[in-house]
Design a protein around this ligand. Structure first.
Ligand SMILES: Cc1ncc(COP(=O)(O)O)c(C=O)c1O
Length: 386
């Protein structure tokens, strides 16, 4: 049975990506590889709006979070971790583990960080060296107002570095690295870029490279200066995940062909349809309307619905969604809609979810939910229907 994989990454692989990933191996110190590395880096730079370096590392997104920390900071540096969910917590934890003096600006899960409150916090505290921000908090389906937050950090005392976890947002939603003043952002191949897991992405501003020059946290595998030196020769310092790069090249080409604004609009239209569909099934969404994510929607499980049997029943029908993390395990479900997503798979997922809800004592009208989704999607993006 084909699965309808609706977790917020890894995302389903388009056929073209699957074929590319199974191509014969090549020499990672040869010209063919150098061309591929250059093409992917340049394509990503276009997609995220930077004229700076975009480095491709072998590892998952968390590896790139670690790279972001150890390449810009020294033990004892004052760092503010703005956390709105479990991935913000992870970023702060990594900085602590490497000896940064981390304070947390904690926002209740399900909410976005408020730029004015962050500005007030920065003004009332001794200068920070860096502020860690999450663009899209995958554990709650909340998107932060990153542009405004980055501005506040830049304008804050000591102009701290703006270091961003863009893992589940990059490519799918508006992001302008240079004009928003982002110093370092990371992402990963298995999210909006439609490739398998295994390649992490790190983009650095000139200010981030200056910080790198004096950063004293220990690093070997994740040394970005080393990665930059090798990238200039069309190589990576260590053996890279070549097959994932084959797939990522196709994913990036597809996004470039579609065009950034169109990709963002497609994700926004799909997200609006999914939100409407889940609400039509009677589910209450976690995120407030102004901060709903274009890539992942989280919804509260109805009172009395047990996650494990409900999830098992959906899985038996081929629908794979994610549950809650940490304290929210068993309380929410998370529905991913990033990458090569189209309205048909979304409608099918909502239909199966509605049917399963009804079977578990929570009456829902899947047909009406699907009609609402299609109507909304057609109104938002007529050209892409079908
Ligand atoms: C916002 C965010 N940060 C970090 C990660 C961790 O990435 P990885 O699982 O690739 O290590 C994820 C993965 O879902 C994420 O969504």
């Amino acid at each position: 049975m084909d699965q309808n994989l609706r977790v917020p990454g890894p995302t389903p692989l388009p056929q073209e990506v699957r074929e590319a990933q199974s191509a014969p191996m090549i020499d990672h110190r040869g010209t063919e590889f150098a061309e591929m590395l250059g093409e992917i880096s340049r394509g990503l730079a276009t997609l995220i709006g930077t004229s700076g370096d975009v480095l491709l590392l072998t590892g998952s997104g968390s590896g790139a979070l670690e790279a972001a920390v150890v390449n810009t900071l020294s033990p004892g540096d004052r760092v503010l971790g703005v956390t709105i969910g479990s991935f913000g917590d992870r970023f702060a934890k990594i900085a602590s583990a490497f000896g940064a003096d981390v304070e947390r600006f904690e926002v209740p899960w399900g909410e976005a960080a408020d730029p004015a409150a962050l500005a007030a916090h920065l003004a009332a505290n001794p200068n920070y060296r860096a502020v860690l921000l999450t663009h899209n908090e995958t554990s709650t389906g909340v998107t932060n107002p990153l542009r405004e937050l980055a501005q506040v950090v830049h304008d804050g005392p000591g102009s701290p570095l703006v270091v961003v976890d863009g893992i589940s947002g990059l490519g799918a939603m508006p992001f302008e690295m240079d004009s928003w003043g982002i110093d370092l952002v990371v992402s990963a191949s298995q999210k909006a870029f439609m490739a398998a897991p295994g390649i992490a992405i790190a983009a650095l501003s000139e200010r981030a490279w200056q910080a790198n020059g004096s950063a004293r946290m220990p690093r070997v595998y994740w040394d970005l200066a080393e990665a930059r030196t090798w990238a200039a020769k069309g190589q990576t310092p260590w053996t890279p995940a070549v097959s994932v790069l084959f797939g990522l090249r196709v994913g990036v080409r597809r996004l470039i062909e579609e065009g950034r604004e169109q990709t963002w609009a497609r994700h926004a239209a799909i997200a609006a349809a999914v939100q409407a569909g889940l609400e039509a099934l009677g589910l209450r969404l976690v995120a407030p309307p102004a901060h709903r994510s274009p890539t992942v929607t989280a919804a509260w499980l109805p009172e009395g619905l047990e996650w494990a049997p409900f999830n098992a029943a959906m899985r038996a029908k081929g629908l794979i969604v994610a549950g809650g993390q940490g304290a929210w395990a068993g309380r929410i479900l998370r529905f991913g809609h990033m990458g090569g997503v189209g309205i048909d798979e979304m409608c099918e997922a909502v239909r199966v979810m509605g049917e399963t809800l009804a079977e578990h004592g929570h009456p829902a009208d899947p047909a009406a939910a699907v009609r609402a989704m299609r109507a909304l999607f057609e109104a938002r993006q007529p050209a892409a229907v079908g």
